[in-house]
Design a protein around this ligand. Structure first.
Ligand code: XUL
Ligand code: CO
Length: 441
């Protein structure tokens, strides 16, 4: 097999002092943190679409990044070259998982039967590659937003024929996910939303999306898919109103439609901030509902109102993310770098630098989140903050759902006026975070 990234050898951990840009400074796969190795805590995944397909193209110009890998784009030879490049790339970085859309793997034909034949062929080839490595599939999905047929949505479309095509793509993507042993199956509702109610029957569309998801669950279970289905919430882009706005909206939809036993959420950092939330807010919302499944690890630009899918660099955000993940007891899914190189970062080395940055950022986040938990001051503060409910008979009655409005009102009347509820101590706690993050300088 011809080596594709010829001037790059296996990326090793060299420690924080290293000046070698092609080495990990913090990601030390075998280092034990809170009883597990870093690589167990951090099942990193490569997104096929960004790393092997995206060329840096934008609305204003053609691509800058050569992802031909020596083959002619649009051919099965190219599809195989992407598999070769992807596996070499993952092995060199020690990444153990990948995620894919159907159309990332093969060029889509005008006829779905031919597309499906191509998917069978390429998944055979991927399986062969998987046998020689410890690389696995994290999740699969169907791209139901790129093709013009989905301009009015997939599950939410007005056209029965298009709905059938969405069903067919989900069916095939599920089969390939099962064939590759995927841990999960994602629904990101790219075009599941609307621009104006003047042309939209919202109830009709939501019911049809739920019906399609039920059919997907039934079919998936019937072919042996034992993993989780995920909704990946996003508030906008490409649609103005996306039905899966944020974690709360998606959870409400899943519960209202009886899908909450089979589904969890795939939380993406950049989608969280587009919804006006922090990453950790979305993670906590999913976790307290028992639905924290997987993570699309990336970051947005707070000055821009769209999805920039940058490699994670913000150590504070990664720390707060890992704090949530550790507190939730880990993920059933993993950390998929739904991230792409900036347009001017167009060389093969930049692909490696992107992942080294992302993996090191999350490794630092893990180390610092564990340190915050071991430090204990945040937990202690929060425990103390709500103590009045635990330390009195009346408070315990509230917690045990035995209290009545009358007895609470009687207590208020006895008091005349309550004391202030205790300082929130935000600044003090932020100082704790800084002192844990920068303990050695
Ligand atoms: C789009 C996005 C997708 C999903 C998979 O914003 O995040 O790449 O992760 O369809
Ligand atoms: Co994503």
């Amino acid at each position: 097999m011809k080596e594709i990234f010829q001037n790059i050898s296996k990326i090793k951990y060299e420690g924080a002092e290293s000046r070698n840009p092609l080495a990990f400074k913090y990601y030390d796969p075998d280092r034990i943190i809170m009883g597990k190795t870093m690589s167990e805590h951090l099942p990193f995944a490569m997104a096929w679409w960004h790393n092997l397909c995206a060329t840096g193209t934008d609305m204003f110009g053609v691509g800058t990044q050569d992802k031909t890998f020596g083959a002619h784009p649009g051919t099965m030879e190219h599809a195989r070259a992407k598999v070769d490049a992807g596996f070499e790339f993952m092995q060199k970085l020690g990444i153990r998982y990948f995620c894919f859309h159907d159309v990332d793997l093969v060029p889509e034909s005008d006829n779905i039967n031919e597309t499906n034949r191509r998917l069978d062929e390429i998944s055979d080839y991927i399986l062969e590659k998987m046998k020689d490595t410890d690389i696995k599939c994290l999740w699969g999905t169907a791209n139901m937003f790129g093709n013009p047929r989905f301009c009015n949505g997939a599950g939410s479309t007005n056209s029965l024929d298009v709905y059938c095509f969405a069903a067919a793509q989900i069916k095939k993507a599920l089969e390939i996910t099962v064939k590759l042993g995927g841990r999960g199956y994602v629904f990101w509702g790219g075009r599941e939303g609307y621009e104006t109610l003047l042309n939209t029957d919202m109830r009709f569309e939501l019911e049809n999306i739920a019906a399609l998801m039920h059919m997907a669950v039934d079919y998936g279970r019937s072919i042996g898919f034992g993993g989780d289905f995920y909704i990946e919430p996003k508030p906008k882009e490409p649609m103005k109103h996306q039905y899966d706005f944020d974690a709360s909206t998606a959870i409400g939809f899943l519960k209202a439609n009886g899908l909450d036993r089979d589904f969890k959420l795939n939380i993406e950092a950049n989608h969280a901030t587009l919804a006006g939330h922090t990453f950790e807010h979305e993670l906590r919302t999913a976790a307290i509902n028992g639905m924290l499944g997987s993570i699309d690890a990336n970051q947005g630009d707070m000055l821009l109102g769209w999805d920039t899918d940058e490699f994670p660099f913000d150590v504070y955000s990664a720390t707060m993310c890992m704090y949530e993940v550790l507190k939730a007891g880990g993920l059933t899914g993993g950390f998929n770098f739904d991230a792409k190189n900036r347009r001017p970062s167009y060389t093969p080395e930049d692909m490696f630098y992107g992942f080294i940055l992302g993996m090191d950022t999350f490794a630092l986040g893990l180390i610092k989140a564990a340190a915050l938990i071991e430090d204990g001051r945040i937990d202690e503060f929060i425990k103390g903050k709500y103590a009045s409910f635990r330390l009195s008979e009346l408070g315990r009655k509230v917690l045990e759902k035995r209290a009545t409005l009358e007895e609470l009102a009687a207590r208020a009347s006895e008091l005349g006026a309550p004391a202030l509820p205790g300082s929130g101590r935000q600044e003090m706690l932020q100082s704790v975070v800084n002192s844990v993050l920068f303990d050695k300088i």
